[in-house]
Design a protein around this ligand. Structure first.
Ligand SMILES: Nc1ncnc2c1ncn2[C@@H]1O[C@H](COP(=O)(O)OP(=O)(O)OP(=O)(O)O)[C@@H](O)[C@H]1O
Ligand SMILES: [Mg+2]
Length: 257
């Protein structure tokens, strides 16, 4: 059975895309088969996974052309174990049409059911929002990862999200949707606020916060500038090591294959 893991956050710029790319790459390197799906109309992942974009279809067709099988929507990437569906919702009118379909919160869940035996993991990068696309990502997921920067304001938005997430979870009777964890990102131990906020979080929500912390790391920025995951770019960097630890923590914590 495929495990579907989504990176979700109402707040922008917290490391969702970076984490989705690097967790997917870590799984691919670890020998797992992975489908990475970019649900964010910003479409940034396509520049970071070495796709040769052989086919002009992507998330637009995923939502608007349910007759096209998922297998016809995936792009090859540099990694033999990783496929990718790129975001091609380029116009406002496309976005509106996709939103209409996404009004059915379970649309994506039903759509992805056809690959439930094809991949070990489906990793979804959701847009920074609680719009239809993000809700579709949550509904189809087994596990949600919530990236968070250690800033005071982040805690306020985290509380809001956790309340909304609990409500969603209760509505879902047919599936065991779980919060995989809160992932502290871009952490700098030299910054006092980072240290304080992380201490508060571990104290208040220890079970829900990953032990793995993603440090602020130059190699992650360099990798993204040249269109690579940090794992491909510099395997021995602290950024790459952190994402490999995250993969191991997830696998152990949730008894994944
Ligand atoms: N650990 C890190 N160290 C240094 N820079 C990082 C790290 N993680 C992410 N960044 C940088 O921070 C910026 C935001 O990261 P990212 O795009 O992953 O966030 P996001 O949550 O997907 O943003 P959006 O909400 O716009 O989709 C990017 O420029 C990225 O390269
Ligand atoms: Mg993003």
């Amino acid at each position: 059975m495929t495990a579907i893991i989504s990176f979700v956050s109402q707040k922008g710029g917290v490391g969702k895309t970076t984490s989705a790319i690097n967790l997917a790459t870590a799984f691919a390197f670890g020998g797992y088969s992975v489908l990475l799906v970019d649900l964010d109309p910003q479409s940034s992942i396509r520049f970071s996974v070495g796709i040769n974009q052989k086919i002009p279809v992507g998330t637009k067709e995923l939502f608007l052309n349910p007759d096209i099988p998922i297998a016809d929507l995936v792009q090859d990437t540099d990694h033999e174990n990783m496929d990718f569906i790129f975001s091609n919702i380029e116009t406002i009118s496309n976005e509106r049409s996709v939103f209409k379909i996404g009004d059915n919160s379970k649309f994506l869940k039903e759509r992805l059911a056809s690959v439930s035996d094809t991949y070990d993991f489906v990793i979804i990068d959701a847009p920074a929002s609680t719009n239809n696309m993000a809700i579709n990502a949550i509904y189809c997921s087994d596990l949600i990862v919530l990236p968070l920067q250690c800033e005071s304001l982040a805690i306020k938005s985290l509380k809001r999200f956790l309340v909304a997430f609990n409500e969603l979870q209760q509505k879902l009777t047919d599936k065991n949707l779980r919060l995989a964890g809160i992932l502290l990102t871009m952490y700098d131990r030299e910054i006092e606020v980072h240290r304080k906020v992380s201490q508060q979080l571990y104290k208040a929500l220890s079970d829900s916060v990953f032990e793995t912390i993603i440090p602020r790391n130059e190699a992650i920025i360099e990798a993204s500038a040249i269109g690579k995951s940090v794992i491909t770019y510099k395997l021995n960097s602290i950024g790459a090591t952190a994402y490999i630890r995250l993969m191991n923590e997830l696998v152990d914590k949730f008894y994944l294959r």
